[in-house]
Design a protein around this ligand. Structure first.
Ligand SMILES: C[S@@+](CC[C@H](N)C(=O)[O-])C[C@H]1O[C@@H](n2cnc3c(N)ncnc32)[C@H](O)[C@@H]1O
Length: 271
């Protein structure tokens, strides 16, 4: 969606994203492109989920670039999906390794599409590790991929915690501390149940039920007011909590609004 704008108006630039669209989403995007101002209106008045995903991705991009400039040595992307940072930040990574973890089916489809893109892709030192977080430990998968234990690592855990149980989220956060050395960083996002009494919040409270029907039940949430303490108890320091309002203020200058029931946290530990 963002890629259809002129480069100067994009929140982020992902020239590879369109290659991962299914035929149905390709058709939807074509319709939005063709409908001009109507497409803009539809986007501006949507639930804000697309604007959330876009601004969350850009915010984590910015964190990653800053961490690479500070000298972070490696990157781990948990539940990577169709993340293309290994290619988009090929220059900034400068040969530093990236490990991407995801379900076997998603990982295999991604590899097939990347294979087709082949020589068009910039150089990347990326390994795709197949895992079901509910059945295998992240550390076992990473060790299969010759992960370097105890080095300063940038962990990205984007768009996943809400689909896991509270115990699984806590266990993974606990484990990451043992994997990344001093100076490591984490960027992850959370869903929470809006508790305002108005109709808009009430409508947003329906989303998890809709997602359940679509086969992607939301199973974990934590309010942004509580997340700093939650992370603190697990040994993390939350540097920044990027709520919808903050993402909107930082990255969007048009009438789009960001879905209010998710937010991103940048956290550190061990330094
Ligand atoms: C909403 S997508 C987010 C993808 C990507 N991180 C992004 O933000 O664009 C969630 C990703 O987590 C992966 N995922 C969810 N549950 C998982 C599990 N139990 N084991 C492995 N991967 C999982 C999905 O396959 C999917 O790629």
């Amino acid at each position: 969606m963002d890629q259809r704008r002129p480069p100067a108006l994009r929140v982020l630039d992902d020239p590879w994203a369109r290659h991962f669209l299914s035929p149905a989403f390709r058709a939807a995007l074509g319709t939005i492109k063709a409908s001009g101002p109507l497409g803009e209106w539809v986007e501006a008045h949507s639930t804000g989920l697309a604007a959330y995903i876009l601004t969350r991705h850009r915010y984590i991009d910015d964190l990653l670039v800053a961490a690479l400039a500070r000298g972070i040595e490696q990157v781990v992307i948990l539940g990577a999906g169709y993340d293309t940072r290994a290619y988009r930040f090929s220059d900034a990574l400068a040969g530093r390794p990236v490990w991407e973890l995801d379900f076997p089916a998603t990982s295999a489809r991604k590899l097939e599409i990347l294979g087709r893109l082949g020589k068009d892709l910039p150089p990347a030192r990326v390994q795709h590790l197949q895992i079901d977080f509910r059945q295998e430990q992240v550390e076992d998968a990473l060790f299969r991929g010759q992960f370097l234990l105890g080095r300063p690592t940038f962990f990205i855990w984007e768009g996943v915690s809400m689909y896991l149980t509270r115990d699984a989220v806590k266990a993974t956060l606990h484990m990451l501390q043992g994997l990344g050395g001093p100076g490591s960083e984490l960027a992850m996002d959370f869903w929470f149940l809006l508790d305002a009494p108005d109709l808009v919040a009430a409508a947003h409270r329906l989303t998890p039920n809709l997602l359940h029907v679509l086969g992607e039940p939301i199973t974990f949430g934590i309010h942004p007011d509580d997340v700093t303490h939650f992370l603190d108890r697990l040994g993390y320091r939350a540097n920044e909590v990027m709520t919808a309002a903050r993402l909107e203020a930082r990255y969007l200058d048009n009438q789009r609004s960001v879905y209010p029931a998710d937010y991103v946290v940048h956290a550190t530990w061990g330094s």
